[in-house]
Design a protein around this ligand. Sequence first.
Ligand code: ADP
Ligand code: ZN
Ligand code: ZN
Length: 733
Amino acid sequence: MTEQAPPVIRVAVPVPLYGTFDYLIEPGAVASVGARVQVRFGRRPLVGVIIAVNVDSQIATAKLKPVLRILDDAPLFDDALLKLLRWTARYYHHPLGDTLGTALPAALRRTQNDPASGSTRNRGWQAVAEPPVDAKTTLARAPRQQELLAAIRAADNAVAHSTLLARFPGAQRPLNVLTERGLIEAIELPGGLETGSAGTPPALTAEQQTVVDRLRQAEGFAPALIEGVTGSGKTEIYFQRMADTLAASRQVLFLAPEIGLTPQLIDRLRSRFAAAIGVLHSQRSDGERADVWRAAAAGDADIVIGTRSAVFTPMPRLGLIIVDEEHDGSYKQGDGLRYHARDVALKRAQDAAIPILLGSATPALETLHNARAGRFAHHKLERRATGAALPAIRLIDIRSRPLDGGLSDPLINRIRPHLEAGNQVMIFINRRGFAPALLCHDCGWSAPCHRCDAPMTIHGAMSRLICHHCGSAENAPTACPSCGSETLVALGAGTQRVAGALRSHFPDVSIARFDRDSMARKGRLEAQLADVASGKTQLLVGTQMLAKGHDFARLTCVGVLDVDGGLFSADFRATEHMAQVVTQVAGRAGRADRPGEVWLQTRNPEHPMLMRLLGGGYPGFAEAALAEREATALPPYGHLALLRAEAHEQQYPHEFLAAAAETIPMGGELACWGPVPAPMARRAGRYRAHLLLHAARRALLHPVLDRWQTQLTELPAARRVRWSIDVDPQDLL
Ligand code: ADP
Ligand code: ZN
Ligand code: ZN
């Protein structure tokens, strides 16, 4: 009998290399597919994931390295999730190891077992199964204890301590008494989760009811677009279907864009569902994220709500996926694994044979196209749930008008009566900082970023220059470095400058600024929103942070300062984004009983796309935009993949891309455009160029990309550049 060869496992390692790697394990060691292992790769120890066991390796045993440690006894990724991640890696042509690494929370990706992970614990309370017989009489004269006990009994499992304290301030003492009397007991809830409490849904409007009824008829994989105007009650429809899913003991995955995942939305969930809720967003610590992830994998979380990467949360009982604001750009990751969470979610729902709801007031053109082609059910809500009217959108022609901090006189005059009537006004400008450029009045010099082909943005009233592309920062010069003139002027406006100008026009009005700079501190957004809700803040200035998810009862007027940027951009999606943001921002106005109005400043009042938007709303605009895409064979009528390359030397990306272009069979329905310099030809000190692949049918694109995975790695020019493949690019910048 020959000696038994030691067992070999195959591991996906998070490195930028296609392919997986074989390692030895001790005979008899427990190693399961989907578990993490620590391995040595080159000189570094890394955390990889086992994707096969009992492997018949092509490599001689003597040359195989042993794993350093098996980190999980049980798989962390279940089969369904592994299958989804393999599909994701293949579809986006990204290495499997790095794809799995992207899916894992950071705390679980480290070689040291993170002390924070698995250590956050929530205290909770539950009613004892068999309370003492005299309980009723002891509580007869303690209404507070009765109330608490009722709340705890009403929950399906247990109620988090923090949830109870939030609902019943000062509940600590009565809780202790209830414990002493043997009526409730303290337990530990899985870390990271919180328990909501049951709330009463409103009676649905006729429109909502029709949609819910139709959604309930669908079985198995059932993608549905819910196109509903802002405030039409889409969230209420999600909630109805979530209740159905929870009642069937299945889990719900709720995806929201970064700016849409507001405290308001989470509070609404918490006060509706007596369920275990896990929240995954960027403000949570690594440890908390890992805990939510594990709790979801164990089936303990009933609802997981999160941003983009939450689409990869393991959920063994998954029964429904919701993608709120499905058009939002933040669903597409811009580096590394360039996946689109909506598209991955669709694949996940298909694999699991479950319904998926895509909701938006301004659906992506791709999604509308799928709905029109009958691939998605298409439900429409044309009225607001509260009965409020949609605001009127009108233009202010600012050609040859002076602007003060980005504001025209007519706009100021439109704002004034709203403020005087005690209402709220919002000014939207898609640019943070003070002004987008510093210019010499005498010679025309403008302050450039030394590492990017882009001007520096002025911050803090002419004092600092910051590059929004690479983060470089310096003090603003006091004289022109080119001609010595001291007449330096700020060109254009950002949120800081607009806020300043508004302050001088309306000195007695309380103004709040909402952008990434002003929200840097944790809790600041919540505090500012509370001031808006209470009416203390009357005038809001902000970026798209203000576009979504907020319900401002007293907001009656919205001004949009810069629609023109979206009309003339190198990015083929810019007009679509402009129409979406204008519609979303406009949707903040006139939510309740006060009618709203929206004013757009433009130098192109006759632009056809703007006319379509004003005349036919977003649906009218989308129709025209789809026709334009069809005429130019751009997505969704053509399929794109972008090969990007960058290097410190200008010629290297070009050489690499030219060699890559030669590997493509020309002619037929596959076209290759480039190599060309990227619209921003240099960023953070690197020269950038790209090659665009265009195919009439998606099936033509992927064989080329499959071959590229090996061919490009072998090109000599590849060693001098950083390159990446972007499937379905959102922009060509
Ligand atoms: P959307 O998600 O479409 O923007 P929401 O679900 O947030 O809309 O609803 C907008 C507003 O209307 C919210 O204040 C919500 O509480 C309210 N609302 C939704 N549905 C109803 C209903 N059936 N009856 C009364 N109010 C409703
Ligand atoms: Zn000068
Ligand atoms: Zn820069």
